[in-house]
Write a protein that binds this ligand. Structure first.
Ligand code: NAD
Length: 321
């Protein structure tokens, strides 16, 4: 079995590699060649932890495995990241373990790849202003991946905890873009593309705050009860997602569906847009919304590419099991 450490993942998997792997697996999902198994997520009654599995099989890419991990709120006091995850890949021909891969960095790059894929396929090509809502760990990955897709001229941002805004400013500077902290009205008025990446349980953006032609990538809602935008905004937009089953249960669309504002038939899988079998944006005026719920196949795709590149460069560790 191979071991690919967190450090090695950071060394070998760049944004482009993660983007290609995730775009490919979204396409395979929409063709029915790859599917996710039901997600398990449990409060384990120890260390206040939430622990679970996301798993699936990509029959086209022959990638089988799971990501296991969760959220340990006390980790920060121990100098560790609260979110912890590890991927295990199996040989689909024999069931033998193939690789153990660090999942923390890969989670961030595969999540950023997912919103970047939505920006590539759904945002107006002339988008100039990127709006960021959320300034936590994921936000820097999100901003960098978005900036690969469009010629943004500036970044504007809002966060519930303003003391975190310097993180957005520093990332924008690194990319070479000016940054300004703004209120939510200005963010909606000025941004052409908006990424939401927060742990919010209440709507941060309302329908009236968004201008026609905006693309929203709602990336924070990955659990029942979480919410980043008002359900009437979801209903006013053309909605896209990574996986419909997750979108209507744990994603941003869960509330609009529960309120009877939209049904699952109104949501399009982004993989179908990638494959060219369903249209993406059809006019400059429509609001598009990508509900990025985070599927296990994204993790497996990113881990498989990490293994491939680590082997190629001779930096994977081999152990007998
Ligand atoms: P983090 O803890 O580093 O940052 C949390 C962010 O949410 C900060 O900007 C914080 O100010 C903001 N926030 C916290 N409570 C809030 C509230 N009540 N209302 C509004 N904003 C609030 O977390 P992170 O690692 O950056 O992750 C952000 C979110 O993204 C989490 O909800 C996480 O579960 C989710 N996530 C989703 C995916 C996916 O695939 N869709 C992948 C990874 C993380």
């Amino acid at each position: 079995m191979l071991i690919v450490t967190e450090e090695t993942c950071q060394e070998v998997v760049d944004r482009a590699a993660a983007f290609d792997a995730v775009e490919k697996v979204f396409g395979a999902m929409a063709r029915g060649d790859a599917y996710n198994f039901p997600v398990i997520r449990e409060a384990i009654g120890h260390a206040d932890a939430l622990y679970g599995f996301k798993s699936g099989f990509d029959r086209a890419g022959l990638v089988l495995g799971l990501k296991s991990g969760g959220y340990w709120p006390g980790n920060a006091d121990k100098g560790l990241t609260n979110h912890q995850s590890t991927v295990v890949l199996f040989d689909p021909d024999t069931g033998r373990p193939k690789a153990l891969v660090g999942g923390n960095y890969l989670t961030a790059v595969r999540t950023a790849a997912s919103s970047a894929i939505s920006i590539k396929h759904l945002s107006r090509p002339d988008s100039k202003v990127l709006g960021m809502i959320g300034a936590g760990h994921q936000s820097t990955f999100q901003m960098r991946a978005a900036a690969d897709q469009r010629d943004f001229e500036r970044v504007i941002g809002w966060n519930l905890h303003p003391e975190q805004l310097p993180r957005l400013e520093a990332t924008a500077k690194e990319i070479g873009l000016p940054f300004e902290a703004v209120d939510r009205d200005r963010l909606g008025e000025e941004a052409d593309v908006i990424i939401t990446i927060t742990s919010s349980f209440d709507a941060i953006l309302m329908k009236d705050q968004i201008k026609p032609g905006t693309h929203l990538a709602c990336m924070g809602t990955d659990t029942k009860g979480k919410k980043e935008v008002d359900p009437t905004l979801v209903a006013a937009a053309r909605a896209f997602t990574d996986e419909i089953a997750q979108s209507i249960t744990i994603g941003e669309c869960q509330h609009a569906v529960a309120d009877g504002l939209i049904s699952e038939g109104d949501i399009t899988e982004i993989g179908a847009v990638v494959n060219g079998t369903k249209p993406g944006r059809t006019s400059d005026d429509e609001i598009t919304l990508f509900d990025g719920t985070g599927v296990g196949l994204q993790d497996l795709a990113a881990a498989a590419v990490a293994v491939e590149l680590a082997v190629e460069r001779g930096v994977a560790v081999t152990v007998d099991v």
